[in-house]
Design a protein around this ligand. Structure first.
Ligand code: SAH
Ligand code: SF4
Ligand code: F3S
Length: 464
């Protein structure tokens, strides 16, 4: 498999101008949504550059603006639609200016986007992004959603690395086979598809050879990698087998993954946090609710008790492990008692960070058929209660690092033009400190002397 694939893959790494391009265009890509969209935006940027176009940072001088969109909550769609509406003015003064909507909202709303906004030029779903450069060549309105006839393997590899970048996202799979009642993602990204392990390892090697120190493996249920299609070997799931292969790659110093599902949080993965030296002591474990009744309604196949077991086992293996979560408040029928159970689970599990979302009904999902019966003001009240808890928990977690020396991967300038740099600890705490541009990509020992709810600060340790 690899032998046939490699030459193709390598050629996509190199910036190779395609002389067949009719006209080189200045393209601006704006990304909404999750890390997968960020990675998709990198892929499309690389694809367009190879086709001879110029990717620019200044939206105002762009010939083409591409909005890579998200549909997970109504607000995410409103934001992108607002932006598209705003861009329409540019079309009036420059008829050659093009607006494209790609990504999850493109898949979700499809043809409707042409009707909502008469001046959209193309709409491309996440599974058809490899068609973008060709579509840009044409002059007709283009709708490309649904499953492609053939997904070129090289597409996943497509990336052009920026200089001074030391972290990278690496998609290991696409789509999701779960059908959580509230979630639009299976509709926008389709069923699970796993990239071959060899290809992922090759891509990680390429990243390491090009200065990347930290990789974050991406998947909607990243720990379901391989599903039933790849075998469990010696009690190790395909995801853990992959982690083991990545852990021995020279150059890669840190490995993270996003997002695991509690249902697949098997003991071999917990143990991997002890045995694999590069696997970071930080886990994002989305619970959504602490009420078993609501979890059943959401079609999330675990209980609050199971979450506590995972957390307990993880802490036994990695004492200071950072554990963050996602919570939805105001799901249809969520009572005060249900909410109290969520708060209680948040407290008992001692999560140190959480993203709190107010339930947003999404057309086409199961829960959209239910009455959205928790008032907006009540959703907001529950949101605020949890946000307060999150702040306290985050400060409490941060304070344990005061006076300690932490290994920080330097990522860049915290403020442009200053010597205040930022980086992350293995536990995924952000740190500010004074250092130089030359330190980007290095792991420095930082003596932590300050902490707030959101950030740590410190100085380079004397003996570093
Ligand atoms: N695959 C991940 C979640 C991806 S979506 C998982 O299963 O954990 C990211 C987060 O958005 C979810 O964890 C959930 O908390 C939130 N979310 C998804 N659909 C939502 C909706 N309809 N309303 C509010 N929040 C939602
Ligand atoms: Fe959505 Fe559930 Fe799949 Fe996560 S696991 S992407 S919440 S359907
Ligand atoms: Fe991500 Fe939003 Fe799509 S969360 S998968 S960009 S719907």
């Amino acid at each position: 498999m690899l032998a046939a694939f490699l030459p193709l893959a390598l050629s996509t790494y190199r910036f190779k101008k395609d002389s067949s391009v009719k006209k080189s265009l200045k393209v601006f890509v704006k990304t909404y949504g999750c890390q997968m969209n960020e990675r998709d935006s990198e892929m499309i940027s690389s694809q367009l550059q190879r086709a001879g176009h110029e990717l620019i940072d200044n939206e105002k001088v762009a010939d083409v603006v591409i909005l890579n969109t998200c549909s997970v909550r109504e607000q995410a769609e409103i934001k992108a639609l607002g932006k598209a509406g705003y861009l329409v003015r540019r079309k009036r003064t420059n008829p050659n200016f093009k607006i494209g909507i790609v990504g999850c909202m493109a898949e979700n709303l499809g043809e409707k986007l042409f009707k909502l906004n008469g001046v959209i030029d193309f709409v491309i779903g996440p599974k058809r992004l490899h068609e973008l450069a060709n579509i840009l060549e044409g002059n007709r309105k283009n709708l490309s959603i649904g499953n492609p006839k053939r997904q070129p393997l090289s597409h996943d590899f497509d990336r052009k690395l920026e200089t001074n970048k030391c972290t990278a996202f690496l998609s290991i799979m696409h789509g999701c086979n779960m059908r959580c009642s509230y979630c639009v993602v299976p509709r926008t990204r389709g069923n699970e598809q796993y990239r071959p392990m060899e290809d992922i390892v090759e891509e990680a090697k390429f990243l390491a050879e090009n200065g990347i120190k930290e990789i974050t493996l991406l998947g909607q249920i990243v720990n379901n990698y391989g599903g039933r299609l790849m075998p469990v070997i010696n009690g190790k799931t395909p995801f853990v087998q992959l982690l083991e292969r990545l852990d021995i790659l020279p150059g890669i110093k840190r490995i993270r993954y996003m997002s695991p599902h509690p249902k697949n949080f098997s003991d071999d993965l917990i143990l991997a946090h002890k045995t694999l030296s590069k696997l970071c002591p930080s886990v994002h474990l989305p619970i959504q609710s602490g009420s078993n009744r609501i979890l059943v309604a959401m079609r999330r196949p675990y209980t609050a008790e199971r979450i506590l077991t995972i957390v307990k086992k993880l802490r036994r293996v990695v004492p200071n492990v950072g554990i963050s979560t996602d919570i939805i408040v105001g799901y249809p029928g969520e009572t005060e008692e249900d909410f109290a159970e969520t708060v209680s689970l948040f407290d008992t599990a001692k999560f140190n960070m959480a993203f709190i979302f107010k339930y947003s009904p999404r057309e086409g999902t199961r829960s959209a058929e239910l009455v959205d019966d928790v008032e907006e003001s009540e959703k907001e009240r529950r949101n605020q209660i949890l946000l307060q808890r999150v702040q306290e928990a985050s400060l409490y977690y941060h304070q344990r690092f005061l006076g300690k020396t932490e290994e920080v991967l330097v990522e860049g300038h915290a403020r442009r033009g200053t010597d205040t740099m930022f980086g992350w600890t293995p536990n995924h705490c952000k740190v500010l400190f004074k250092a130089s541009e030359n330190d980007i990509g290095k792991i420095l020992s930082i003596q932590i002397d300050g902490s707030t709810t959101t950030i740590l600060s410190g100085t380079i340790a004397e003996n570093a």
